[in-house]
Ligand binder design. Sequence first.
Ligand code: DX5
Ligand code: ZN
Length: 216
Amino acid sequence: MKHLVAPSVLSADFGNLQRDCEMINNSGADWFHIDVMDGVFVPNISFGFPVIKTIQKHAKKPLDIHLMIVEPDRYLQAFKDVGANVLTVHLEASKHLHRTIDAIKNLGMKAGVAINPHTSASLLIDTIADIDLVCVMSVNPGFGGQKFIENTYSKVHQLRDMIVSKKSKALIEIDGGVDLNNYTKLVNAGANVLVAGNTVFGSKDPSATIEQLKKV
Ligand code: DX5
Ligand code: ZN
C-alpha cells in the first residue's frame, strides 16, 4: 500500500483556516490530522468542537482526529457528530481500551490507539487485531514542531511484526517531527500514515511539501 500523508491542522493559520483547508483539499494529502488537547492529559490546550466543525465544513478528505484528552469515552459520539472518520484515543488515557475501541467502531468510525514515546508497543499485543490504526508518537504529545525521537524506528519494526503475527489490518501512523529527512526511512520501516505539521505549514509552499512527502 502506498503511504498516506496527513497534514496536522495544529500548525495551520487559524486566521485563514478555510484557505488552509482548501490547500489540503487541492493537494496530494490524504487526510486531515486534527489534534485535540485538553490541558490535562497533555500540557497544552488546542481547540474544540467549534473549530472542528469549521474544518468539517471545508474539508473534502477524511478527518483523522487525535484525542489527547482524559476520559475520551465521554466524547466519542460528539466527535462522530463533527465528522471524525478515524478517532484515536491514547492508551495511557484509557482504563478500558478494548471497550473504547468497540465503542468507536460501533459508532461507525475507524478506531485508532496512540502510544506515547515511553509506552512499549508490546502493550498492544492483545488489542492489535481489533485496532484500525496505531499512532506512534514520535515526540511527546502536546506541541507541534518538536524534534523526532529516533527510538520510533524500532517501535515501527516491532509493530510490523506484531501486525503480521496477529493478522491485524492496523495502519501504522507516525506523529511528531516527521520531516523531509526522515520520512523515507519511516516508510521503509513500515509506516503507513505520516502526520506532518510544521514541515508542511512552516514551508514556503505547503502543497509542494506535501507532494514531496508522498514520494518515495
Ligand atoms: C503533537 C501532535 C502532532 C503535531 C505534529 O502532540 O499530536 O500531531 O501536530 O506536529 P509536527 O509535525 O510539527 O511535529
Ligand atoms: Zn497528532
